[in-house]
Design a protein around this ligand. Structure first.
Ligand code: SAH
Ligand code: SF4
Length: 362
């Protein structure tokens, strides 16, 4: 029996080139095919007239461009956020979110179906781990959002800010902050980012892809050594080992002092800032003492803190910190010369906010 076609989106440009040469064709055809798919956004062989007939016949039998079908699409009432429940080939589901901010659109994409890390306040953690996503399944989410932007002109209801909303807009920003822990699925995630950042394709740059990790120390060290063109965000949530471990169980495996060593190593090696994420939970980690502890922990690092008021999930009863308390927290961080932002709450009404993504088992 002939093996099933390879998912084109699993291949880096170099892997495609090697494959094409192995078939006995010129690498020029690989380059043309790559540009059709990732520059022009095409995915039907009939739309690729410059490929020679013999090459196309071979490639058609060997390669496929599977989309992830949309099982459900929901739009937030304010029109800024769209959430897509996408179906994988094995009928598992994942969620991808399109977020419109003033002048830009960001895609929040998933790296796993479920998550094995078990953070208590996170809906994905509450559902457990199903499986890793393949590189092509990660790339396909970004392509889905790119297609929405190109085709539907993405004139989100209520959007009045500046910036492009016209037909033909391309995806420029990706955050790997959807379902799953990206550094637990390191190879597939890095292959996907290589494809998305490829200069002959979508060509996303360093400032345009952000990977958020719960603190998988070996992954951070590897990232530091490999030097990938992406931003790194690290979920902190507690500034002492005990407080962090109560919210983030994997802190027992990779303790806070090891995590800080890895982060300092990353900053020094990459000469790049780390974004620390701090989910603000009322009465739990939002006091002045907590803020001072963060300040002392991160003081002197090239760091920025992103404060995220807790979003509701079914399995966790905590409440979000209010605006005033969040600003006081921010004010204390300023005393330690730590820049910070309070994340805009978006898509909460459709459970598309940070930590709210979850799907039912198939
Ligand atoms: N697994 C990665 C990325 C996905 S979660 C990580 O944990 O970093 C993206 C961010 O949302 C993380 O900082 C995570 O801690 C945060 N988060 C999880 N649940 C949340 C919730 N209920 N409210 C607000 N932020 C949450
Ligand atoms: Fe997994 Fe991140 Fe959720 Fe923790 S916060 S359970 S690491 S997705």
């Amino acid at each position: 029996m002939k093996p099933a076609p390879v998912n084109f989106h699993d291949l880096t440009r170099e892997a495609l080139r090697l494959q094409v040469v192995r078939w006995g064709f010129s690498p020029v055809h690989a380059a043309r095919l790559w540009a059709y798919v990732y520059l022009e956004g095409l995915e039907r062989w009939a739309d690729m007239p410059e490929l020679p007939v013999r090459f196309r016949a071979k490639a058609e039998g060997e390669l496929a461009f599977p989309r992830l079908p949309v099982a459900t699409e929901t739009h937030s009432a304010d029109g800024f956020t769209r959430k897509y429940l996408l179906a994988l080939a094995d009928d598992r589901r994942i969620e991808t979110v399109l977020m419109r901010y003033t002048g830009r659109v960001t895609a929040c994409i998933s790296s796993q179906a479920g998550c094995a890390m078990g953070c208590v306040f996170c809906a994905t953690g509450q559902m457990g781990f199903a499986r890793h996503l393949a590189a092509g399944e990660i790339v396909a989410q970004a392509l889905h959002v790119d297609r929405v932007l190109r085709q539907a002109s993405c004139n989100l209801v209520g959007y009045k800010g500046p910036g492009p909303t016209s037909r033909g807009e391309r995806l420029r920003n990706i955050v790997l902050m959807g379902m799953g822990e990206p550094l637990h699925n390191y190879d597939a995630v890095m292959t996907a980012t290589e494809i998305l950042c490829d200069s002959a394709g979508l060509s996303l740059g360093t400032k345009q892809v952000t990977l958020s990790t719960v603190g998988v120390v070996p992954g951070i060290l590897r990232l530091a050594d490999e030097g990938r063109p992406i931003h790194l965000a690290v979920s902190l949530h507690g500034a002492t080992q005990a407080e962090r471990a109560a919210l983030v169980p994997v802190a027992k495996k990779w303790p806070l002092d090891e995590l800080m060593d890895a982060c300092r190593y990353y900053i020094a090696k990459q000469q790049r800032r780390i974004f620390y994420e701090w989910t603000l939970i009322e009465g739990k980690n939002d006091s002045a003492d907590n803020a001072h502890a963060v300040g002392r922990l991160l003081q002197g690092q090239n760091a920025q803190v992103n404060l995220i008021p807790l979003n509701p999930t079914a399995g966790y009863g905590g409440a979000p910190t209010g605006q005033d308390a969040a600003r006081r927290f921010q004010q204390i961080l300023r005393e330690y010369r730590l820049p910070s932002t309070i994340r805009q709450r978006r898509g909460i009404d459709i459970a598309a906010g940070c930590g709210q993504l979850a799907t039912l088992p198939p």
